[in-house]
Design a protein around this ligand. Structure first.
Ligand code: SAH
Length: 217
């Protein structure tokens, strides 16, 4: 892994942050995190010019690193405060996880795909990020470590998995794209003080499918 982060990378990253702002991302802490994390290091064949375009990109095993706008928007909607316990479903490249850690979260990240799991578990700590890594079906959540202040799903679900709602704290927030296998609507589910659930909708996105028992199977 090449950790070099030179002036060119930093310049490209500043441009990316400006692009995200112009697309409506307002959360300064999220923008600062994206401005700090060397996204090009997450690309295997470091095509640096690609790393700082606002585009999704293949990371192998048929999976993608989410588009920076999508990472920014989900992070903004998740409203992470320092010290919060956050569950991420779909570790993938680890980029979204790095953003959550820059926001001060204590992160539990779970990945279904063994090759990606191993690669990301090796790579993130070398970059200084030490979440708790799990291999398995995140559509069931992580009951042994619940409850979570925040849960973020980074793959498209056919519906909102019941176990994830059950594993939220009171006041907890779940951000999840839900829909068919082409496009999904971004949902923000909040568990209210009385235990009831509120749902807000934030437009269409396109994710790879959430697999597993509460996903597409
Ligand atoms: N957050 C990632 C996005 C990766 S794409 C990033 O920043 O790069 C979505 C990931 O979800 C893929 O790696 C896919 O393997 C994983 N995934 C799909 N279904 C899953 C499940 N049921 N449990 C855990 N991970 C899952």
């Amino acid at each position: 892994m090449n950790l070099e982060d030179n002036f060119r990378h930093q310049g490209l990253r500043r441009n990316l942050v400006l692009q995200l702002e112009s697309k409506g991302i307002k959360d300064k802490r999220v923008l600062a995190a994206i401005g700090k994390i060397p996204r090009h290091v997450f690309f295997e064949n470091a095509l640096v010019s690609h790393a700082y375009q606002d585009k999704a990109f293949p990371i192998g095993e048929g999976q993608t690193i989410s588009q920076p706008y999508t990472v920014a928007r989900q992070s903004e909607l998740l409203d992470v405060k320092p010290g919060m316990k956050v569950l991420e479903i779909g570790s993938g490249s680890g980029y979204q996880c790095a953003v959550l850690m820059e926001l001060g979260a204590s992160v539990f990240t779970i990945e279904f795909q063994p090759v990606l799991f191993r690669r990301t578990k090796l790579m993130l700590p070398q970059m200084g990020y030490r979440p708790n890594f799990f291999l398995g079906d995140g559509s069931k959540g992580l009951p042994q470590f619940a409850p979570f202040d925040r849960i973020i799903v980074t793959a498209g679900a056919p519906s909102v998995p019941e176990p994830l709602i059950a594993q939220l704290t009171i006041g907890g927030i779940l951000v999840i794209p839900s829909g068919d296998n082409k496009k999904q609507e971004m949902l923000r589910i909040t568990k209210n003080q009385d235990g009831s659930i509120s749902e807000e909708r934030f437009g269409n996105f396109s994710f790879v499918p959430l697999k597993g028992s509460h996903g597409w199977g």
